[in-house]
Design a protein around this ligand. Structure first.
Ligand code: MG
Length: 283
């Protein structure tokens, strides 16, 4: 693999939903890849897909994953995440599964072979009474994605590496993988990201480059998300560890800041430079 094709830099982008960089900012950042937050339900149609595909071709940017998100999710604090996010809350599980299937259809229209999401707070005990239902909904979604020849990537953060591996083993689907986010491990207080990445190893098929600082009460209150290179994720060690586990896919910068193009270009532009420097150093 040439240096050019290894670790293409990317950004997490939005069209009309989510906190990714604005669509027009993609071109200004001059990155070769993006992950996309799924557009709002009314925009998940063939016409929108065709327009966005044409624009990405125009920008010379490859779409590497589409992330699902749902109305009613809140990241206000950790207990609210547990109550509101992903396919774990039982009362919205079926409707959100249906929505993820629509997002998988939309990803297929975008010719994108990876669908991803925050599954939610998976119980830490494999014999938890909620577990069979969560395993079943994950299987159903994997099987649906598989019809489109897509993989499903679970965003890390809410589980320890061991808990996540246990869950992946229980689901038993070969198109189920991990989108590793080192900052989430710190923000949620679920473990040191570098050893977690080493443990997850070959399960990791996409990654976020995001930084954060530990809370003084890890697991109870949020840590703080900060610009890349300014937090407790050692980015150099992070890339070295990705090298060790054989990961060569995109390095997707995620920065959850308000939709202000000037700030996005300045901050994420600096993150792009940092990754370029580290890539050059480690090449
Ligand atoms: Mg992330």
């Amino acid at each position: 693999m040439t240096t050019e094709s290894k670790w293409p830099i990317g950004v997490f982008a939005s069209v009309d939903a989510g906190l990714g960089v604005q669509w027009d900012v993609i071109r200004q950042l001059k990155v070769p890849t993006i992950q996309l937050h799924a557009p709002l339900p009314q925009s998940r149609d063939a016409e929108t897909a065709s327009r966005l595909r044409d624009q990405l071709n125009d920008f010379n940017v490859k779409l590497t994953a589409i992330f699902g998100g749902f109305e009613g999710e809140s990241y206000a604090d950790i207990p609210t995440v547990a109550r509101s996010v992903g396919l774990v809350p039982a009362e919205t599980r079926q409707s959100r599964l249906d929505e993820m299937k629509q997002i998988s259809d939309f990803a297929a229209m975008m010719q994108c072979d990876v669908v991803a999401l925050h599954l939610g707070f998976v119980p830490h005990q494999i014999d938890d009474p909620e577990m069979p239902g969560i395993i079943e909904v994950t299987r159903q979604l994997c099987d649906y994605c598989s019809q489109h020849h897509q993989a499903l990537h679970l965003e890390t953060g809410q589980e320890t590496a061991e808990g996540l591996i246990q869950f992946l083993d229980a689901v038993q689907r070969d198109n189920l993988h991990v989108n590793f986010d080192p900052a989430n491990m710190i923000l949620y207080g679920t473990g040191e990201p570098i050893p977690a990445l080493q443990k997850l190893g070959a399960h990791v098929r996409s990654v976020h480059c995001k930084d954060g600082t530990w809370s003084d009460q890890p697991g109870k209150t949020w840590g703080c998300e900060v610009p890349l290179g300014e937090g407790d994720v050692d980015m150099r060690k992070y890339l070295l560890t990705l090298e060790q586990i054989g990961y060569t896919g995109p390095l997707t910068i995620e920065r959850e800041i308000p939709q202000e193009p000037e700030r996005q270009i300045a901050e994420i532009g600096r993150a792009v430079e940092l990754l370029q420097e580290l890539k050059a150093e480690l090449a």
